[in-house]
Design a protein around this ligand. Sequence first.
Ligand code: DGP
Length: 126
Amino acid sequence: MAYHYDDQNIFAKILRGEIPNDTVLETDHTLAFRDIEPQAPVHVLVIPKGAYVSYDHFAAEASDAEIVDYTRAIAKICAQEGVSIDANEGYRIISNAGAHGVQEVPHLHLHILGGRRMGRMVQPAK
Ligand code: DGP
């Protein structure tokens, strides 16, 4: 299966420094920044620096180093933002993919949402 990656997507432009972002964490293989349209008091987007369109693309083709870095970054962000289970808060992680996932930006991103109760996981389709 060949994944198609469009390097003109907005997160690719953020990674190239062409568009500013409010960085929360940067590591060797990962960048995390605040969502421009926050849906919760904490709304952080976590993206790999590599050119991956979706989580399944990343999981299939990223190196072990990229996957470990990305996963560990999530723990750091949850701790930093005070939503870790350790802090008795909690959060929701969402990754939208493709048409059925209603993905707007075709570069893998996890949404980390917290700071309030999130409500039901899936809303009626629009
Ligand atoms: P999704 O539907 O999962 O592809 O969500 C894309 C998210 O990206 C959406 O919550 C809004 C956010 N977003 C779009 N453009 C920008 C941008 O230029 N900067 C930032 N920080 N977030 C953006």
